[in-house]
Design a protein around this ligand. Sequence first.
Ligand code: AHR
Length: 520
Amino acid sequence: MFKTSLKLMVAACSLVAASAFAADKVEVVIDAQKPGPVINKNVYGQFAEHLGAGIYGGLWVGSDSKIPNTKGWRNDVVGALKNLKVPLVRWPGGCFADEYHWREGVGPRNQRPVKVNTNWGGVEENNAVGTHEFFDLAEILGAETYVNGNLGTGTAQEMAEWLEYMTGEGKSTLAELRRKNGREKPFKVDYFTIGNEAWGCGGNMTPEFYTDLYKQYAAFLKTPAHNTPKLVASGGTVGHEEWTEYLSANVKPTWSLRMDAISFHFYTLPTNDWKVKGAATKFPEKEWISTFNQTLRMDGFIADAQKSLDKNDPEKKVGFYVDEWGTWYDVEPGTNSGFLYQQNSLRDALVAALNFNIFHKYADRVHMTNIAQMVNVLQAMILTKDDKMILTPTYHAFDMYKPFQDATSLPARINHNTTYTVGDISIPGVSVSAARAKDGKLYVALVNTNPKEAVDVAVNVAGEKVSGVKGRVLTSAAMDAHNTFEKPEAIKPAAFSAQAKDGKVSVKLPAKSIVVVAVE
Ligand code: AHR
């Protein structure tokens, strides 16, 4: 009697377990009828600093170079970046910006002063790339411009005169100097920021001191009304999060004071330790998961900033720009430690995708981000060696997410998500984002952080009949799969599709993968 009821109970439990398992399959529900804010294309912005081979060699070779170039910018790299539809480039730094004096970078190149790049390797900076060259690059790319002003070692007068030089229309001496230097019509400055990391390399300031300086400098940055850049206050970072609250509470717009956004910097270190950050490749699984665990902190930083901004700026006039983000590893052995050169693997591509999904979630405040950096530095899109170049997995992630530029975000929730655990770290298995792109199609981006197990995801678009999905997948057998100059296509996206059954699409998301698909 006892044995029989035990058997019955076990059978009943297995039935419950089986049906619970079926119901617990990961399900993504997208509400196509509730459009959210537009994902500003500049969320996919880039950053090019005078640092290592980030500009010299990697992008700029000069017009006399044997490497094919346009106005000194190498054609291969620029071509690949054009394909990426780079929407915006931030220049000239970074820490470099607070020691950059614009007058040294205009006029005949052979007469420009040679300086020491004190921040990055102590190498010679010959100022070959200056204001005109930067705007040439932006125009070739069809990208918007984000110029970083020098607050640390420059005066309000120098900053104001740089803007006048770039945007002046009349016969002022500075506008005439620009013409003499080869540029008749004004440059289009889309964004301008006052200083960089003022809490650190930009001058070791308190938020109070910076805010006062911001107000002073902002008062003198004048441009023609139809060429007024959005003005950005350089904000905080991890450990200096209070800058967003302080700036948003204390900079109130007047006729002579604007602040269109506050910036924020956050780098992802596998170990979260600046002394031993972790390697870019050949890392253990515990650094695969710790990297994602670190990078997912971005969500909390933005959520906290949002609280301050919603309190101090309920009309949502002030943006929150994450104008430096990405992975920061120990430099590649044998390279100059001041050049921040690192390999880039499938792990970096997933870091990028996880951050994109976070940025989309906060599209109403996060109107711009700049991955650090575009070429050869930190989490780069492209690595170069002499006249060769390779596209990194991060490049492919940016490429796959192109439809999200200026798309309308859609609410997407995950039911019964998996959890991926190593040791004492657990993170969500699947991350999702959805949006209606400018081509009218609904796109879904999915990330599976688990490096060992594929996951079945049921994609359900509420309010729409779905026949299938089609797009691309990025994955590989190894967690640190990467491209080299010998094997430039070791990792690249592949075609991906799935058919719908009863209006739902079942997507098998491979282990350690990114899938971006259009719903059909
Ligand atoms: O991107 C490299 C450096 O990181 C930047 O120059 C600086 O702003 C940050 O600390």
